[in-house]
Design a protein around this ligand. Structure first.
Ligand code: KG4
Ligand code: ZN
Length: 364
């Protein structure tokens, strides 16, 4: 399965075998391009996708020593995302699939995150399972009943959990770790928190009040604002390392506790209201590599007699492999798409069966 992806600011291609082996992959990031603008500029992202896509696909085929004739099918990211970016991978994927008469599979970005854990581990990650997507772009809990069948349980009411880590790291003026070490504000905050006392500052665990205590949603902006107000009133100094470490530890503990509580609620809801019996809990996304978060989720899993499964961090972030693997899963079920499909900018994950997809047995 050859996949093309250009959903946001990464241009990616990958080839994955039927059994879930990564044959080759190429990801070209645009971080530098958007850094000076302080956010993603859609037109600029599309320009770079247009320039990079042919090179990325060429490189992916060359690394695999394959030609288009050797590829069995083509998968493309179809949404949700920026229209100008999505158009690039769709145009490239559709054209190549049509010219070479290969089946085409349009992929939902979040379904790809949710199915990633099954690649090479289909016996361990059996349907249905509870999935937690915790990254800079997503904070979601869902039940993955099967390919194409998901029930969205909770999502964030404000900031994503990754954004909260990043903003609190900025409040604390934490220097970023070297990018080579999987750097960025989240890992830097985690490293600092190791030397901190989480009990020195009392940070409120979000959504404990009665009205929201039973909600399956998440909220991180209150916690972030609490840290900002503490700094403004001089409760700690970002210039004092022990203060930084103690606030980092307190924030991480509150955030992990929030994720633990909401995951436990989501699991109880899945079992009681949806009458499903999840076989495991899957945690995916950059924040799932945080040890405090992992320990909190492992506690929920253990208490409920379930394993916790986390894909390796590099497959948790946006990548082409997850699009290819989802293509494999969909192709197996005959969930193909015609060459005429367009992008879907807003595409709720639990509307997969009703929006966009018209199962067919052939692309032609
Ligand atoms: O999944 P991801 O790499 O990218 C997308 O959002 O697509 O997630 C990135 C987010 C960032 O906010 C980053 O700071 C956070 O995940 N993150 C972490 C850790 N590693 C990455 N947050 C806390 N602890 C970590 N170890
Ligand atoms: Zn993503």
């Amino acid at each position: 399965m050859l996949a093309f992806s250009s959903s946001c600011d990464d241009t990616a291609a990958a080839i994955v075998s039927d059994s879930g082996q990564i044959v080759s992959e190429t990801n070209r990031h645009q971080h530098r391009v958007h850094e000076e603008h302080g956010g993603i500029v859609p037109g600029l992202a599309a320009d770079h996708h247009l320039r990079n896509m042919p090179l990325v696909v060429r490189e992916t085929l060359e690394k695999a020593a394959m030609r288009m004739e050797d590829v069995d099918a083509v998968a493309v990211t179809r949404g949700p995302g920026l229209p100008a970016s999505l158009s690039v991978c769709l145009a490239a994927g559709k054209a190549l699939a049509a010219v070479h008469a290969k089946p085409l599979v349009g992929v939902h970005h979040m379904e790809a995150h949710a199915l990633m854990a099954r690649m090479g581990a289909e016996d361990a990650v059996r349907f249905p399972y509870l999935c937690l997507l915790v990254s800079g772009g997503h904070t979601l809990s869902l039940v993955v009943h099967d390919v194409n069948e998901h029930t969205l349980l909770g999502s964030t009411r404000d900031d994503s959990v990754g954004e909260a880590f990043d903003k609190v790291a900025r409040e604390l003026a934490i220097p970023w770790l070297d990018a080579q070490d999987g750097g960025g504000p989240g890992p830097a905050l985690e490293a600092l928190a190791r030397d901190g006392d989480p009990a020195r500052f009392a940070l409120p665990v979000p959504m404990l009040k009665s009205a929201s205590a039973t909600s399956l949603d998440f909220s991180f902006s209150g916690l972030k604002a609490h840290v900002r107000r503490m700094r403004e009133r001089g409760a700690f100094s970002p210039a004092v390392r022990q203060d930084q470490a103690d606030v980092a530890a307190a924030f991480q503990r509150a955030a992990a506790d929030h994720l633990r509580r909401k995951t436990a609620l989501a699991l109880a809801h899945a079992r009681a209201a949806l009458r499903t019996a999840p076989t495991c809990i899957v945690a995916s996304g950059g924040v799932a590599s945080n040890h405090a978060v992992r320990a909190a989720l492992a506690a929920v899993a253990a208490r409920n007699g379930l394993p916790l499964v986390c894909p390796p961090p590099r497959l948790c972030t946006d990548n082409g492999v997850m699009i290819a693997w989802t293509g494999v899963e969909r192709l197996r079920r005959g969930l193909l798409d015609p060459y005429t499909i367009d992008f879907i900018q807003r595409w709720p994950l639990d509307r997969l069966r009703h929006m966009g997809y018209q199962p067919r047995t052939s692309s032609f």
